[in-house]
Design a binder for this molecule. Sequence first.
Ligand code: TYD
Ligand code: MG
Length: 457
Amino acid sequence: MSPKAKRVFYCTECGNETPKWQGQCSACGAWNTIVEQPAELTAKGSASPRRTSPGRGLNRPKAIRDVETTDELRFNTGMAELDRVLGGGAVKGSLVLVGGAPGIGKSTLMLQICDSLCRFANVLYVSGEESQRQIKLRAERLKVRGEGLYLLSETNLDDVIESVNQLKPDVLIVDSIQTMYSGDGAASPGSVGQVKECAMALMQLAKGQGITVFVIGHINKEGSLAGPKVLEHMVDCVLYFEGEEHMSHRILRAAKNRFGATNEIGVFEMGDEGLTEVPNPSEALLSGRPQDTPGTCVTCVMEGARPVLAEIQALVVPSSYGNARRTSNGFDYNRAVLLLAVLEKRGGLMVNGCDAYLNVIGGLWVGEPAADLAAIIALASSFRDKNVPGDLAAVGEVGLTGELRSVNSLSQRLAEIQRLGFTKCLVPARSHGKVVAPAGLQLIRVHNIREALAAVL
Ligand code: TYD
Ligand code: MG
């Protein structure tokens, strides 16, 4: 008889394995997420025959000078905004994870790119969520032409792989990784073990046969993909599709890209006929901006090579409890707290006893210090209940002494600010390089936040 089977536990949030059950995962800190992995899966997993790469023979070390470095083969997906985020088109034989909350538009985006992909490639769209009929109806609504597009409604990944071997598509879309299972299905689809196994099989399809694989992954409430770490490590690119439920704008960003930069964003708008690209995000993000109200200021951030205008809103109200509340949305929390402290100490505004809320409109995430000054202005404007002029924007990093520091690509930002009809812009008095102010835009040069507040509020 075999010795007592080894028991393995893992966390359903992060995939961390432990030899014994615990109430809290020691890796990610989540509570009540440790479950036991079924015994067969553990035993089988250790001797999985698919760990070798079929069709590729034995991998041997190669001298670095013999490794070919011809550029990777890229093709356009037909959505310039998606191509931009991928780093200039999709790479042949890459595995791309498209993550996002349920209902954000991942399936729609993938189905829409089929329209142009299937003009030059064979595309297999596998859905574990919808029937072929449902997908066809949706494709018709999205005006996706169908030649060269094949649909498969399947959740067993081994059957999917068999179809791939028969059809030999150039592009494979899997909707979604959480509905797929591999092997005998002992572990339920979506569990970390299954997600891992399926991702590995898809990786082998991509690398072994040169198929470009897009795999959709749902994000749970806490903002992580089920088994996120496992997936993110394995794939070549991780794209996140984000947006606010009540708004029609969607932002696609790369969290990881083995073939390009991760700072580009793609902007889309969800309408009756699916997603349309928004080539001028600034206009879209500023539409509906409140006029003549305190607590809002516009800035310009660089998203990759592209300047994008963002509206920062703030609400500062006297705190009714002992400790003041601070929240931020779309803006780094620690940075927001730091700016409030600077505003109190260097700007002379007594915000210490106030609740403060900071929000970036349109689902944009602003991670650049260049947005500091606009945040300061918005906070001060709300605190003093005084309007910021509607035609004013602000760009500049704020230091701990309240001084304004120069930012990169200032000329580019100013050009975009002027293009959107602003006539005044607060900028740091000192900036490196020559700053060209576009015609029609008045620069208000300030040394520190006191000067900035005096100039506009
Ligand atoms: P979907 O692509 O199914 O989301 P996901 O795959 O990320 O879960 O998008 C579904 C949502 O998009 C749904 O709430 C309806 C909306 N939608 C539109 O507004 N217009 C459209 O043309 C389509 C196809 C969907
Ligand atoms: Mg879907």
